[in-house]
Design a protein around this ligand. Structure first.
Ligand code: HEM
Length: 152
């Protein structure tokens, strides 16, 4: 394997680790730990956590897209295996879902917290939770497809 492919694969996997690992931590560790807090405490905390995490995901998505596109070219472009096309397709759906969370749902959480409209904020956080579950399932399926991409 040439050096550029190794570096691209390294960055690709780092981006995947940050994105999927962050979603696992938020969904399975942070969410249950905050469940019993009052909305007045819980929602500003989520806003602050999401504000930081979504910057990390934004960078990861860019890195995954650029390195994935480069790798796809190296592995045959349009003639690459179905597993790599599936990865690209599901990956792009995951990115669109993230874009919706970041640019449509997150501003609702911001506005609700600023206006102290706790029920609105709680609804928006629940929407993020559902979409994160969808992206987690898609992400794990994608890693499964990636594991099959060598065709062993
Ligand atoms: C635009 C989206 C994406 C494109 C175009 C893309 C493309 C690629 C390509 C061409 C490879 C190299 C395969 C090889 O080394 O044989 C690769 C590796 C990999 N990708 Fe992606 N990918 C994308 C998104 C994702 C996402 C969202 C995930 C996980 C959630 C992911 C997980 C992986 C993994 C685990 C590998 C290592 C597989 C291996 O080297 O055998 N990719 N990707």
């Amino acid at each position: 394997m040439n050096k550029a492919i190794e570096v691209a694969l390294f960055l690709h996997l780092l981006g995947v680790a940050v994105w999927i690992g962050g979603m696992i931590f938020a969904h399975f560790c942070l969410r249950p730990a905050l469940e019993d807090l009052s909305p007045q405490l819980r929602l500003p905390l989520w806003e602050s956590v999401f504000g930081r995490f979504f910057n990390w995901v934004g960078v990861s998505v860019l890195v995954i897209l650029l390195t994935g596109g480069f790798l796809l070219m190296q592995f045959g472009g349009g003639h690459a295996t179905w597993q790599l096309h599936a990865m690209a397709g599901i990956g792009i759906i995951m990115m669109l879902i993230f874009g919706h969370i970041r640019f449509a749902v997150f501003p609702r959480i911001r506005r609700a917290v600023q206006a102290q409209k706790w029920p609105d904020g709680a609804r928006a956080v629940a929407t993020v939770r559902r979409l994160v579950v969808v992206n987690l399932v898609l992400g794990i399926v994608t890693i499964g497809v990636a594991a099959m991409s060598r065709g062993f």
